[in-house]
Design a protein around this ligand. Structure first.
Ligand SMILES: O=C(O)CCC(=O)C(=O)O
Ligand SMILES: [Fe+2]
Length: 370
């Protein structure tokens, strides 16, 4: 079977075989995608309490100990956290980590021992933050189907084919937004990457919401969107790939309230939304285009993460939209290998704006900011 010609998140079709060259150039061969024939049922409803809500002391003494350095990536979002090893955190430290991510949205932890601790330790760490996610179609680590693997080995034809129809490889999305209880905290772990390029960009969806006029905010507050995995599943089926879950269509609020910060966040992406409930097609088209354009072009509420060796990035999928940057293609030799694992922790059902809350960007219970 041919390799997928699409660069799409949540899709990652099987290789016919890994070429010798790929196997040789891969630093972490145990993390090359595998396609085990396992069937996953739709995740049934579950109770979720955000670990950040257990934090009492917002100076975060169990996370930000002496010797820890916090450097903000941008004033409004993003932080590099040095001097913390994730695998050393106790439960109080993990709760505070959740609080820290909720407020900074995306954090980078360079040189993490957890990168070399193996899939069971990595999955175990993320299990603390929410339920495991099993992707309907993506390749995973053998025996650890909660992993989603991002792996490009230098096949420039794949990217070239994609660019025959598209003008950029950038694909802004929220992860797995079609699930009834989509991911909150998400881990990306860098196994191997190019020296330069292959960054990941993030936009704060609460800041983006705040920039809109109160009149538009209050209109959006009442809207709902249909998120679906069926387009992706059909694409994979048509290409002869392995599907491991039924498709799902879920109606979510277009504006969701963050359970920790209380902020209202735009919940829209270009990958999985098929319909805005109650709007006519042309109305929907204009509205979705406007909102996506607003999110994509608002560089004053974005952060760009540069990867360094053995980095782990943790981000909040509820208050961000993100994209990989596939800019590391060498015209002569193809892309440099880039190999990342993703683990999603499924969280609350997106909280709609309550009618009594006016469009002032907040829904009540904020906890301050770090
Ligand atoms: O490769 C990256 O930087 C991000 C990948 C991603 O967003 C995903 O797999 O969902
Ligand atoms: Fe993603």
């Amino acid at each position: 079977m041919a390799k997928d010609t699409e660069i799409s998140y949540d899709i990652n079709l099987p290789y016919t075989e890994l070429t010798e060259e790929t196997s040789k150039s891969t630093k972490y061969p145990d993390y090359l995608p595998t396609w085990e024939k396992i069937w996953f049922d739709t995740l049934p409803p579950f109770k979720f309490e955000d670990p950040a809500l257990r934090v009492k002391d917002t100076s975060l003494p169990n996370l930000l100990k002496a010797g820890t350095k916090v450097s903000h990536i941008q004033p409004g979002l993003g932080a590099i956290l040095e001097g913390v090893q994730l695998d050393q955190l106790d439960n109080a430290g993990r709760d505070e980590l959740a609080y820290f991510i909720s407020h900074r949205k995306v954090i980078v932890l360079p040189d993490q021992d957890l990168i070399d601790a193996g899939p069971a330790a990595q999955q175990g760490f993320m299990d603390y933050f929410g339920k495991r996610n099993y992707q309907p179609v993506s390749g995973t680590v053998k025996g650890h189907p909660g992993f989603h693997l991002i792996h490009r080995d230098g096949n420039k034809e794949e990217i070239a084919r994609f660019l025959e129809a598209k003008t950029t490889t950038t694909l802004w999305h929220q992860d797995v937004s079609y699930e009834i209880q989509p991911p909150g905290y998400v881990m990306l772990g860098l196994l191997q990457g190019p020296e330069v390029g292959g960054d990941t960009v993030f936009t704060a969806t609460d800041a983006a919401y705040k920039r809109l006029s109160p009149l538009l905010q209050s209109f959006l507050d009442k809207l709902q969107a249909v998120h679906t995995s069926s387009k992706m599943i059909n694409h994979v089926k048509a290409a002869g790939g392995l599907v491991r879950k039924d498709p799902i269509d879920t109606i979510h609020p277009l504006v969701r309230v963050h359970p920790v910060t209380g902020q209202k966040c735009l919940f829209i992406n270009g990958e999985f939304i098929t319909k805005i409930v109650g709007l006519k097609e042309p109305e929907q088209k204009v509205l979705v285009e406007f909102l996506l354009n607003h999110l994509m072009t608002g560089h004053d509420f974005q952060a760009r993460v540069k990867w360094s060796p053995r980095s782990i990035v943790l981000f909040d999928n509820r208050s961000l939209i993100h994209s990989a940057i596939v800019d590391y293609i060498d015209e002569d030799h193809g892309a440099k290998p880039r190999h990342i694992f993703r683990l999603c922790a499924m969280a609350e059902r997106p909280i709609p704006v309550q009618p009594e809350h006016t469009a002032n960007g907040s829904n009540g219970h904020t906890n301050g900011s770090n």
